[in-house]
Ligand binder design. Structure first.
Ligand code: AMP
Ligand code: MG
Length: 543
């Protein structure tokens, strides 16, 4: 018996309108070999063919956005198209040229070394989504690498993109995770121990994959005409509300655009700080012009609240991209973007003002975020700045699970009169957040209890009701995050051909703010075995 579902040809009905390739200058060299690509925004390139594509997971929400049904996702054609074996009518595959600052140093041309854009889908709501395969073979930008991706890093990118989306963090999305049936050799910690790993391709989706580095490359090369063309294209396609009625793009529009990028970036970073996400590689080529989280590599989630933590072993010395430094690094990256756009404006002052707007936006959004996390009514600078800083210092002082802490804090009872409560009673609701209860000194406990007293008085004075507070807090403090060790367990299974946990985590992270009592075991503290294990607490750029 043949399965009718597998004969579906729904994917052929996707409508493409590829503005990027139609409106921007292309590389004239048709052959796919590594090179410097000058005076062009992209190169035409086809994905490599693979032997045995197997769909390990797909995002039904992303599929739906694109007009792809779940039945389509289960079809043979889906596996072929989103691994790169079949090109649909209307697709015009290409790799983008960009540069970037890596770890603070200008690195020259980088580009889509293992990403191939298939085209821009226009859905029934007239929204545009660029489809991009990651790991589908070499491009002119692959430099000395192979253009491939392993299952390990692909699971991480796939799951985290969708988890971030459901957490309400601006992000690129992921449609599918497909094994290629081929092996890829990687030396995970660059220590002379290469191993063959299963290869995989993730189909990423975003309104645009343009990065800060996409503009930097033209300025660095003195290709100002292309820079102008690209900036104009970006404003007209992704920031159309900034275009004046007469359609002219002038210096004031360029500055308004840069200001908006500053604001979007600030808001994204506040979300990262809210959920405890550490990107790990905030190079300027990994900064989206739309303020989306992009390029999930050696990222990680704070288990215990440690502002100095970075998951990226490649950055272990300097810790440039540690949790607490993300806001400043974003500003530094925006400064590099300002330098890239400068030739179109040739005035320093408006850029300085826009960067100041980044700081203001960040500060305001961060204060509001902390206000929400603590369930306060509105931010009161006179009392609350101190309340926040004292709390964060306490959390960092001993190993405290950030996620569990904020969820537990919502349980604190506001109705009881404070005089009748002992320190022990006050601390009880949050005690599960501490990793080692025996490490808490009496002095620490008493300082924490004092903080809780001040906090409760603050809420009581504002007339905040327990029930409102809990609801407000639980809407911004996730019960579930994509804990590093959970992803690693899912990867270990996937490498054995069992994709059940990948799909279980995808399901879990669809409702990260809901209690989901049957999934409580995913909300517990990181187990002791995961403390120093590769993939759980340390990751490298190898992917
Ligand atoms: P990332 O650190 O992942 O942001 O990558 C930095 C640059 O290296 C980008 O230009 C990537 O396209 C490129 N790159 C990373 N891994 C590979 C690979 N396996 N093959 C080709 N290019 C790669
Ligand atoms: Mg990158």
């Amino acid at each position: 018996m043949t399965l009718p579902l597998n004969n579906s040809t729904r994917l052929d009905k996707l409508i493409f309108d590829n503005r990027f390739v139609q409106q921007l200058p292309a590389d004239s060299e048709p052959n796919n070999y590594r090179r410097q690509v000058l005076k062009a925004c992209y190169s035409h390139v086809l994905p490599a063919n693979v032997t045995a594509p197997t769909v390990a997971a797909y995002s039904k929400e992303m599929a739906e956005q694109l007009g792809i049904t779940e039945d389509d996702c289960k079809s043979e054609q889906f596996a072929k198209v989103f691994v790169g074996n079949e090109i649909l009518a209307g697709m015009q595959p290409y790799a983008m040229c960009y540069g970037g600052h890596q770890f603070g140093h200008w690195a020259g041309q980088l580009g889509d070394g293992r990403a191939i854009n298939l085209g821009e889908v226009v859905n029934t709501q007239k929204q545009r989504w660029v489809l991009q395969l990651k790991g589908a073979g070499p491009t002119p930008y692959s430099r000395s690498a192979d253009g491939l991706a392993v299952l390990r890093s692909s699971v991480r990118e796939f799951l985290c993109s969708e988890a971030m989306y459901h957490l309400g963090v601006p992000t690129t999305r992921a449609l599918s995770l497909i094994l290629t049936g081929e092996q890829v050799v990687r030396d995970m910690f660059y220590d002379g121990n290469p191993r063959a790993e299963p290869g995989a391709v993730v189909c990423r989706v975003a309104p645009s994959f343009v990065r800060f580095g996409s503009f930097q490359i033209f300025t660095a090369r003195g290709e100002i005409d292309v820079l102008r063309q690209f900036v104009d294209f970006t404003i007209r396609t992704d920031f159309p509300h900034l275009v004046k009625d007469n359609g002219v793009l002038d210096k004031t529009v360029y500055i308004a655009w840069f200001e908006e990028v500053c604001k979007l970036t600030a808001e994204m970073i506040v979300h990262w700080q809210r959920v405890g996400f550490v990107h790990g590689v905030m190079n300027t080529d990994n900064m989206s012009i739309l303020g989306l989280t992009i390029d999930y590599g050696p990222y990680g989630w704070l288990d215990n609240y440690d502002p100095d933590w970075t998951p990226n072993t490649t950055d272990a010395g300097e810790r440039r991209y540690r949790y607490s430094q993300q806001p400043q690094i974003a500003l530094w990256n925006l400064l590099q973007l300002a330098n890239a756009i400068y030739p179109l404006v040739e005035q320093e002052e408006p850029f300085q003002q826009a960067l100041a707007i980044y700081n203001q936006t960040f500060e305001q959004a961060w204060n509001n975020m902390m206000t929400d996390k603590l369930g306060l009514d509105t931010f009161n600078p006179e009392t609350d700045s101190k309340l926040f800083s004292e709390l964060l210092a306490l959390l960092a002082e001993v190993e405290t699970d950030m996620t569990i802490f904020y969820r537990s804090l919502a349980l604190l009872d506001l109705e009881n009169s404070l005089e009748t409560l002992s320190d022990k009673q006050l601390l009880k609701p949050i005690q599960d957040a501490w990793y080692r209860l025996e490490a808490l000194t009496e002095d620490y406990k008493s300082r924490f209890a004092s903080w809780i007293r001040v906090y409760i008085i603050r809420l009581q004075k504002a007339g905040v009701k327990q029930i409102d507070k809990k609801q407000r807090m639980n809407a911004v403090n996730p019960k579930y995050i994509l804990r590093n060790y959970l992803s690693q367990l899912a990867i270990d299974k996937a490498e054995q051909g069992d994709y059940s946990m990948v799909n279980e985590l995808l399901e879990l992270m669809r409702r990260p703010y809901d209690e989901q009592p049957e999934k409580q075991h995913y909300a517990v503290k990181r187990p002791e075995w995961a403390r120093h294990k590769a993939g759980c607490s340390k990751l490298s750029c190898s992917s």
